[in-house]
Design a protein around this ligand. Structure first.
Ligand code: GLY
Length: 382
């Protein structure tokens, strides 16, 4: 890896390369790596045919280390918590560097169940989360309604995860791009068909699902359909918490923004197309309106689908690729790309600048899939 301390370009051994760091992929992860590396004095080029147009554009932006702590994912939960803990400082630094905000909000998340069965399912998960010591507190129905009067009277109960926050990923892309460019990074609008095209000392593959074709890593598309609603008359939504609910067995999340937007998501489908289907829209809207009836009066302004980069263990792939000197992976973030952005950017940058691998990275190295990673095929990344 490159050597040299913070903001020190003189001591960096650049060798014959045009660039210190080529980042393949201009979503939130790639742009954050580019920003952090450029801020450390490295020459950085980001390659993407349409920066911010992939999973980052569809994502709702929940920063959910607690509500997304699932059975059997201890190590991933640890990384989510570590990254969420970095978010306040990361957000402050990025706001300063970009000169713009990106909808970072800290009201917390309510996890609710519509029926008795839904509540039983939610309770089982939050009991597990509490056993892990994560901050989630069951509420009495009256406490729940005091917090969010917009919830339907039928909602049986819920809990609050006060540390699960939110950000607007589209504005985050804009801020990261501005910060990266202000720090000296260059954006090249174009596809990379093979990593051998790049003249860089270090290449970071942050191409989401496109990483599979470029590296042979086992990254698969996991489709998510997402809706965007808008509150009537230009006002803000009638609720302020992120709401994650189970409604007659249908999991749904509702993310309110100051702009009046409410993001309603999402399906989880083992498919590679980005078609929006009537059935998915129907299920998402029904679940959303069952939990917050006023949403029936909102405008439906967008229905879209994105492809999450999933991996065999649904955890990200972070670190040097075995047998590919100078190539690092920062992909496979699946459902967690936005919350994992700070820890990914910081740890990958440190790896590049000093060669130091933070112990947090150990469970997420590409080596764990070494047997399954075949030779990279030549295909465009998206
Ligand atoms: N993190 C939310 C989703 O992937 O739908």
């Amino acid at each position: 890896m490159l050597t040299g301390g913070p903001s020190s370009t003189e001591s960096v051994n650049r060798g014959p390369f045009l660039t210190d760091v080529a980042v393949v992929g201009g979503g939130v992860v790639g742009l954050a790596v580019a920003w952090r590396c450029a801020a450390r004095g490295l020459r950085v080029v980001v390659h993407d045919p349409a920066p911010g147009s992939g999973a980052s554009r569809v994502a709702a932006g929940m920063l959910s280390p607690v509500a997304e702590a699932y059975f059997g994912e201890h190590e991933l939960t640890g990384l989510l918590a570590a990254s969420a803990a970095r978010w306040p400082a990361f957000a402050a630094e990025l706001t300063e560097a970009a000169g713009t905000g990106f909808g970072y909000r800290t009201e917390g998340t309510l996890v609710v169940g519509l029926t008795g069965d839904d509540l039983a399912e939610a309770r089982r998960l939050w009991s597990y989360q509490r056993e892990l010591g994560l901050p989630i507190t069951p509420l009495r129905p009256s406490e729940l309604r005091d917090r969010e009067p917009a919830l339907a009277p039928r909602v049986r109960g819920g809990a609050v995860a006060p540390g699960d926050h939110q950000v607007d990923p589209r504005r985050l892309v804009t801020a990261l791009r501005t910060a990266a460019e202000r720090a000296g990074a260059t954006l090249v609008t174009g596809s990379v068909r093979a990593l051998s095209e790049l003249d860089a000392r270090v290449t970071v593959v942050a191409a989401g699902c496109g990483a599979a074709a470029l590296t042979g890593l086992p990254v698969r598309p996991v489709k998510g359909q997402v809706l965007r609603l808008r509150a009537p008359d230009g006002g803000p939504p009638g609720f302020r918490h992120v709401i994650r609910g189970y409604a007659d067995g249908e999991p749904v999340y509702l993310v309110p923004r100051d702009s009046g937007e409410v993001v309603v998501g999402a399906t989880v489908e083992e498919r590679a197309d980005t078609d929006v289907t009537a059935g998915a829209v129907l299920r998402l809207l029904r679940a959303a309106v069952d939990l917050v009836p006023e949403l029936a009066e909102y405008d439906l302004v967008e229905a879209t689908a994105g492809l999450r980069p999933g991996t065999p263990d649904n955890a990200p792939i972070l670190g040097p690729l075995p047998g590919r000197p100078g190539v690092l992976a920062a992909t496979g973030h699946h459902r967690h790309g936005i919350v994992l952005t700070p820890v990914t950017a910081d740890l990958v940058t440190e790896l590049i600048v000093s060669g130091a691998a933070d112990p947090l990275l150990a469970p997420f190295t590409p080596e764990r899939f070494a047997a399954s990673a075949g030779p990279a095929r030549r295909r465009r990344h998206g």
